[in-house]
Design a protein around this ligand. Structure first.
Ligand code: PLP
Ligand code: LYS
Length: 421
């Protein structure tokens, strides 16, 4: 359930008609709902209510400070993968003890920064990273709490570019090596083992891969405890999928996912961490866009809109589907026709979807691309020198611009021309 609905034939974000946002902010623009973000976050809290837990929002999915502030104020922790995301989480008021640091390529500078600023745990992804972290922590005279990210060699059954739990993927330490790596970790200065971490992929629509992975995690917990390690936290990763189409079978709910976790590791007495991103932010956002032209092609008609692949790259990058709907609801029974919905960028790949059934639209009419709150704005660029797409947050009948559209002057002002040219 989200909070983007037709009211009297006009698409609203909560109580705000999208026409109002388009008129005041212009298009293209991302629009997020505080009510949906809040609801989705709370569903995860409820799913883990049976135990001590921390829901760490995956900042990569939507890193706007206002979004982080909202979730942080509800009690969310943050899963971060860079110094930039750490700085954002802190700027949004999230304390270090609620931030976990994931990623295969953490640098010494990043380690230093988070050790000085406060961090709940490093999810260590390789032996060289472990050695470097030990050196950095020792040089600062502090102890780095760690979980080792273990690669369980499980097929997450998702798009190959976002599956992370197979042995051929770059992530984590092979599970067969885990006991050796933990032994090494325990022997290193500046390192304290606190738990185990896994993350097998994104947009999972089946719980079975989780079951397989978490069963391996339970076995590993017992083995590591037998080896003398104090495993007290289990980070189960993120990845629970969302419905991108209104009409298909919905993926499992957070409550069902929470039950899978409970069945697998509930008897171990560990604190549970999870790292959902898309499931919280994805359906909490839409990309609002205006029609520029209707163009008749040979055998097909194009709807040329003012959003493009630089604003929402998922269709071009993963052949991903986003429902595209008119902001003025089509009257039941009115004629619809197929349109290829495309942006202005100079690539054929700049196609949101082919043959979308839409009512007759004219230049200036608004459309919304749904399910765009995750991996939308965060993956936007200024390709074709198009200004970075702005973002708006709605709450009830009010809205605020939470990232303004840069002016052309601001964009030009970021480059410098060397004086010797
Ligand atoms: C380590 C880690 N945690 C959490 C996530 C969040 O994934 P999702 O947005 O699919 O929940 C990701 C991305 O797949 C990730 O790499
Ligand atoms: N960017 C991807 C998800 C990546 C998940 C990163 N861990 C997407 O849009 O589906």
């Amino acid at each position: 359930m989200d909070h983007f609905n037709y009211v009297d034939g006009l698409l609203h974000a909560e109580d705000v008609p999208l026409t109002r946002i388009a008129a005041e902010v212009g298009t293209p623009v991302y629009v997020y709902s505080t009510a949906t973000l809040t609801r989705h976050f709370k569903l995860f809290q409820e799913a883990l209510a049976w135990t001590d837990h921390l829901v760490c929002f995956a900042v990569k999915s939507n890193s706007n400070l206002a979004v982080l502030k909202l979730l942080g104020s509800l009690g969310a922790g943050m899963d971060i993968v860079s110094a930039g995301e750490y700085a954002r989480a802190k700027a949004a008021g999230v304390p270090g003890e609620r931030i976990v640091f994931s990623g295969v390529g953490k640098t010494a500078a990043e380690m230093r920064m988070v050790l000085e600023g406060g961090i709940r745990q490093f999810n260590v992804e390789s032996e060289p990273e472990l050695e470097l972290l030990s050196q950095v922590a020792s040089s600062l005279g502090v102890v780095a709490p760690i979980a080792v990210r273990v690669n369980p060699d499980v097929d997450a059954k998702t798009h190959e570019k976002i599956a992370t739990g197979k042995s051929e993927n770059k992530f984590g330490i092979p599970i067969a090596k885990a006991r050796d790596v933990y032994a090494r970790a325990a022997s290193l200065p500046g390192i304290e083992v606190v738990g185990i971490d896994m993350h097998i992929g994104s947009q999972l629509t089946d719980l079975e891969p989780y079951r397989q992975a978490y069963a391996k995690m339970a076995d590993l917990t017992r083995a590591l405890r037998a080896d003398g390690h104090d495993i007290r936290r289990l980070d189960m990763g993120g990845g629970l999928g969302i419905p991108y189409r209104r009409d298909n079978n919905a993926p499992p709910l957070p409550i069902e996912y929470g039950q899978v976790i409970r069945d697998a590791v509930g008897d171990l007495g560990c604190e549970i961490e999870i790292e959902p991103g898309r499931n919280i932010s994805g359906n909490a956002g839409i990309l609002l866009s205006s029609v520029i032209y209707l163009k008749e092609g040979e055998g097909r008609d194009f709807l040329i809109v003012d959003a493009a692949m630089n604003d929402l790259i998922r269709p071009a990058m993963y052949a991903a589907h986003h429902d595209i709907i008119p902001v003025v609801e089509s009257v039941p029974g009115a004629s619809v026709a197929p349109f290829d919905v495309v942006g202005p960028v100079c690539e054929t790949g700049d196609t949101f979807e082919k043959a979308v059934q839409l009512p007759a639209l004219a230049a200036g009419d608004l459309v919304a691309m749904r399910s765009a709150g995750a991996y939308g704005a965060v993956m936007a660029s200024e390709y074709n020198s198009r200004p970075l797409v702005p973002e708006v947050l709605v709450s009830g009948d009010q809205f605020a611009v939470i990232r303004p559209r840069p002016t052309l002057e601001e964009m030009l002002g970021r480059d410098t021309i060397p004086e010797w040219l």
